[in-house]
Design a protein around this ligand. Structure first.
Ligand code: SAH
Ligand code: SF4
Ligand code: F3S
Length: 460
């Protein structure tokens, strides 16, 4: 493979990633797409020939960040003077998809704008951007994933023991607050063979834990070689057979797609981790209806019961939006009740952000900013109570921990519990890569502290 090593006159690409895990995955795939064309990744913008912002459009703040960052990059480029080497500036991701032409108009320094479905064309787009300003926000017919090159084994190894793997992209649900169906397009699942091949390559590169990604990952229905659709539960069974892959996770799921096969997989597969991110957004039926979530609070709670019956130690996580148009105090109380009823191990909460082009943006009864802020604070207090209780309940247990990396202090390592909690352990860095039984002896705000259970102690 030496022909793929550092090329003479190698160029450098600096990528800054915003938003969700899929953007993190995509940024690596962009790096992989550019590698055969002589681009090496760099962490230093100053030495880059190409700067890419992989952007997020989910809330107003996320989108605005892009424009202020573009201003900073332009100033940085201008300060280098006319003799400095040329630095191309590109915008990728969901803001690029949603506001391609607007970016070009608002940020004249930008050379290149391209959406998430164009990443396989990146080398060609960069070449064109050397002579003209380029916008590519098409949804092409061809399979992007079939054209994206795989990373070299050494690159996979350098990326660590855990990896993301996109299995599904896009969304057809059209929740009335959300931009994703517009920025990521219609729901598409990758074929089973493609997913398995990528997972095998990751395992060969030392990856022990894969997190399957999709905006609606549990709606996965990729085809097998015979052309039959395969569910996410069945896909997990296939992935669990791959030697070297010890842990499987997936995110993000929609309650309506949480089918019996997937729930049964949680009962039957030890490798499928007992942690589930299952956003509900609100505890009020009126708000769920206005959000177009197409299920009720009771349906969600029944589902949780079913999941816990299959996997009693399942840790649950969620997303909540406060201040959706029309949300009354009583609706918000119902959200607090939902948090109490489920007892989340962790949860994310956001103030509703009006997104142009979504149905929510033009609804009556938009909620005042200060009300949103008050509700967010109250919700976060409630969520923290449950998160702390969940972590406290882990103290005294022995949990299998994947030892991932050196810890902050010498003589310390850091890993993750099955429930995705960071665990800090005083232990030899030589243990990195192993899954070991760890007794949880303490906890901090967002992490646990543990000691490795030695063979002698285990025998007692
Ligand atoms: N596909 C995932 C969510 C993707 S967006 C799902 O269906 O759950 C991640 C989270 O951002 C959402 O769950 C929601 O809580 C939040 N979010 C999305 N649009 C938002 C908006 N307009 N304002 C505030 N939060 C939003
Ligand atoms: Fe957005 Fe709803 Fe689709 Fe999730 S299911 S990506 S919240 S539209
Ligand atoms: Fe943001 Fe796009 Fe992900 S809008 S959350 S980067 S799918």
């Amino acid at each position: 493979m030496s022909e793929n090593r550092t090329l003479p006159n190698a160029k450098k690409v600096f990528i800054k990633t915003y938003g969700c895990q899929m953007n993190v995955y995509d940024s690596d795939r962009m790096t992989d797409a550019l590698a055969p064309h002589g681009y090496e990744p760099t962490q230093e913008m100053g030495e880059a020939d190409l700067v890419l912002l992989n952007t997020c459009h989910i809330r107003e703040k996320a989108a605005e960040k892009v424009y202020s960052e573009l201003g900073r990059i332009r100033d940085f480029r201008d300060e280098r003077g006319p003799d400095a080497k040329k630095m191309l500036i590109g915008v990728a991701g969901c803001v690029a998809q949603a506001e391609g032409e607007e970016i070009m108009a608002r940020a004249p320094a930008v050379d290149l704008v391209f959406g998430p479905q164009s990443y396989h064309r990146l080398p060609e787009l960069v070449a064109r951007a050397g002579t003209e300003r380029v916008v590519d926000t098409e949804f092409p017919e061809e399979d992007k994933f079939a054209h994206l090159p795989a990373p070299r084994r050494e690159v996979t190894i350098s990326r660590g023991l855990t990896a993301f793997l996109t299995v599904q992209e896009g969304c057809d649900k059209f929740c009335s607050f959300c931009v994703v169906p517009y920025t990521r397009g219609t729901e598409v699942s990758r074929p089973v063979a493609q997913v398995l091949a990528e997972a095998r390559a990751l395992a060969e590169g030392g990856v022990k834990e894969v997190t399957l990604l999709g905006q609606n990952v549990n709606a996965y229905h990729g085809r097998d070689d015979a052309g039959r659709p395969v569910s996410l539960g069945a896909l997990c069974h296939r992935l669990a057979e791959i030697e070297g892959i010890e842990r499987i996770r997936y995110t993000t799921s929609h309650p309506r797609d949480m089918d019996d096969e997937l729930i049964a997989a949680h009962r039957d597969l030890d490798k499928l981790m007992p942690y589930l991110h299952l956003p509900v957004q609100s505890g009020s039926d009126a708000i769920l209806k206005a959000m177009n979530r197409k299920h009720t609070a009771a349906h969600y709670l029944e589902l949780i019961e079913k999941i816990r019956a299959a996997r009693p130690d399942m840790a649950l996580s969620g997303d909540f939006i406060v201040g959706f148009p029309g949300e009354t105090d009583a609706d918000f109380e119902a959200t607090l009740d939902m948090v109490k009823a489920v007892g989340y191990a962790s949860a994310f909460s956001f103030k509703y952000s009006t997104r142009p082009g979504t149905p929510g943006a033009t609804m009556d009864n938009q909620i005042e900013e200060h009300v949103k802020a008050e509700r967010l604070e109250a919700l976060q207090v409630e969520i923290t109570v449950h998160q702390q209780a969940f972590n406290a309940g882990c103290v005294g247990l022995v949990l299998p921990v994947l030892i991932e990396k050196p810890g902050r202090n010498p003589g310390q390592v850091a890993g993750r519990s099955p429930y995705l909690q960071p665990v800090h352990i005083a232990a030899d860095p030589g243990l990195i890569g192993q899954i070991l039984p760890v007794e949880i002896v303490g906890r901090a705000k967002n992490s646990l502290e543990g000691t490795i259970v030695t063979a002698e102690r285990r025998a007692v």
